[in-house]
Design a protein around this ligand. Sequence first.
Ligand SMILES: O=P(O)(O)OC[C@H]1O[C@](O)(CO)[C@@H](O)[C@@H]1O
Length: 390
Amino acid sequence: MPEGTAAPVITCSEPGSFSRGVFTERHPQLIEQLHKALPYGPEQHRALDTLLSESIHGVIQPLAEAAHDRDQWDIWGQDHYGTPWLEAPFLWAESYFYRRILQAVGYFPQGPWQGIDPFRPLKSAELGTPETGEELSALDLLATRPADEQARALLQGSLWGNRADLGFRMTSAATGDAGDSSLIADDSGLLWSLLPAGGDADLCLVADNAGRELLADLALVDHLLRHRHARRVVLQLKPYPYYVSDATTADLIDCLHHLLRSQGAAAGIGERLWTAMGEGRLTVRTHPFSCAPLPYSDMPDDLRQEFARATLTVMKGDLNYRRLVGDRMWPPTTPFADRTAYLPGPVAALRTLKSDVIVGLDQHTETALHTAHGQRWRTSGTHALIQVRR
Ligand SMILES: O=P(O)(O)OC[C@H]1O[C@](O)(CO)[C@@H](O)[C@@H]1O
């Protein structure tokens, strides 16, 4: 079976599929929210509606002539421009949809809306919720526990923090299965063996969502640095707004300010991380490939070298998982190690399941999940995994 071509690529062409629902149900809600989020002018409102209609009923149009990244997208889009959105690969189409939102609101060109994140009001609202406050307060009690217990709890916090993705919550609130949580693969023992306390590891953390998830990631990073599970952490963020709540540098700064304004243990985390950035122990990267509509197996050399330098690369979230193993309907028992063999160096995936892709399960687990939940366990965010390849 030739590598990478074995399983069907996920598209939105099948009526009733999860991916199609993202375009036909989730995106209309998202566009509705964007209309209300900022005081856009008539042209921006019109462009958002045109994009929505094109993406459900029409064919994929190229970026505007003047777009700074038009040439790049012309290459990425050569096989897809002119075809119906719903027939294009899901990963490609969804990624391009987010790039087109930025075009609709005028995010890149010089002008009054340049650099204004259309998703910022949604992300900021989340930082102020009582749930976020409770999670930060819980750090006070956690700080009284032994260090290894803290480490395990903070890893779980970072993992389940991925459930707090804003795009996902648009439809999950209606499903009512939020209480049914479980970990379907747990390689955390292997993960900790790669990051022993007092060691010399260089960790690369490929972040996912801003707000609650990033706060949980930062609490984990602080612990890793403090107890020398990692000597240095590189935090990979998105260079521009993407997939609603994906974290950018501006979101990181918001989270650090939020921590510093908090009480107790949370404030201490903010202070230590601020210092760690000043000392170069925590650094931030925003590689353009982070927003590419492609799997990581297509990554450019400089990014490959970045991963190669890391003792461990941790990929957070559902989208990173799709890009890591390939956005295809793999047989669920496909080994995680096989799908990630191209990535130089050990890799860990921390993900709540919010799309159809899954690998690395044993047959018994898959059968039990299917019997109990049908296909819903793959997409409802109620299940999570920690998968590691050394
Ligand atoms: O924030 P995460 O965990 O990457 O999840 C994003 C997921 O949400 C969706 O955009 C819609 O469910 C998926 O396509 C995507 O994989």
